[in-house]
Design a binder for this molecule. Structure first.
Ligand code: NAP
Length: 243
């Protein structure tokens, strides 16, 4: 299983959970080599197999190189497009082209290019053995998200649309594709909001009264990749405490 952005947060938990299900895990990261290596060490300490590979998943050349390195290791069974950023906090009147390009390069274009490389390898029409793809969306895709982060909501809405269309395109090619839409999950992505302590106070607006843990998202992602989810395809699953 390849997980983009697996050095920390939700991606790291997906890696740990997947290793427990006996996947050989590729822990992709952009900058945080030390954290990525820690995830690999944690997996190996419990008898699992993993490798950390650096690639900036907003750059096509890095993406192509990442998948080529995986080709040398074996068959890609599952791909989780998890890497993503919020892309700053500002009203629409202060939104810049540079900011939008940086955000969409990773959250949308990079996600689509990574998925292209995964489909090329998984598609039974192209000689592959099939596979499972999970795309990381957000509840922001359907709620519009937090004020002053509507660029982020728009990028995640693009992920949902891509998921729905891709499911139609590759359903007969042995590939199951779904998206997961987390709500407020306690990770460092919320440093921009003042950290986990601050978003914990927002939990009053969550029907179950608390923020979610990365492992609660990870469990859903790994389950979607399992045969227990064999007839689930083209769906967005909310992991949001009812938000
Ligand atoms: P996080 O804690 O900020 O971790 C982000 C991860 O993405 C890191 O591993 C980071 O790698 C990686 N990354 C960032 N830019 C990258 C790039 N250009 N290429 C490759 N990797 C890159 O975020 P998170 O909260 O776990 O979020 C993971 C996903 O869930 C994102 O798509 C996010 O939008 C989505 N999500 C999160 C929440 C939430 O409340 N946490 C809610 C809804 C959706 P480095 O460590 O190397 O920088």
């Amino acid at each position: 299983m390849l997980i983009t952005g697996a050095s920390r947060g939700i991606g790291a938990e997906i890696a740990l959970n997947a290793a427990k299900q006996n996947y050989f895990v590729v822990v992709n990261y952009a900058r945080n080599q030390i954290e990525a290596n820690k995830v690999v060490e944690q997996i190996e300490a419990t008898g699992g197999n993993a490798v950390a590979i650096q690639a900036d998943c907003s750059k096509e050349s890095d993406i192509v190189s990442l998948f080529k390195q995986i080709d040398a290791m074996g068959t890609l069974d599952a791909f989780v497009a998890n890497a993503g950023i919020i892309g700053g906090q500002n009203p629409i009147t202060k939104t810049t082209e540079h900011q939008l390009k940086e955000l969409f390069d990773i959250n949308v274009i990079g996600l689509i290019l990574c998925t292209r490389e995964a489909v090329k390898r998984m598609s039974t029409e192209l000689g592959g053995k099939g596979g499972k793809i999970v795309l990381m969306s957000s509840v922001a895709a359907r709620t519009g998200g937090i004020a002053q982060e509507i660029h982020y909501a728009a990028s995640k809405a693009a992920v949902d649309g891509f998921c729905l269309g891709l499911a139609k395109e590759v359903g007969l090619q042995g590939i199951r594709v779904n998206a997961v839409r987390p709500g407020l999950i306690g990770t460092s992505i919320h440093d921009i909001h003042g950290g986990i302590d601050v978003i914990t106070k927002w939990a009053a607006g969550v029907p179950v009264g608390r923020i979610g843990m990365p492992k609660e998202v990870a469990q859903t992602v790994v389950w979607l990749c399992s045969d227990d989810a064999s007839y689930i395809h083209g769906t967005m699953i909310d992991v949001s405490g009812g938000r």
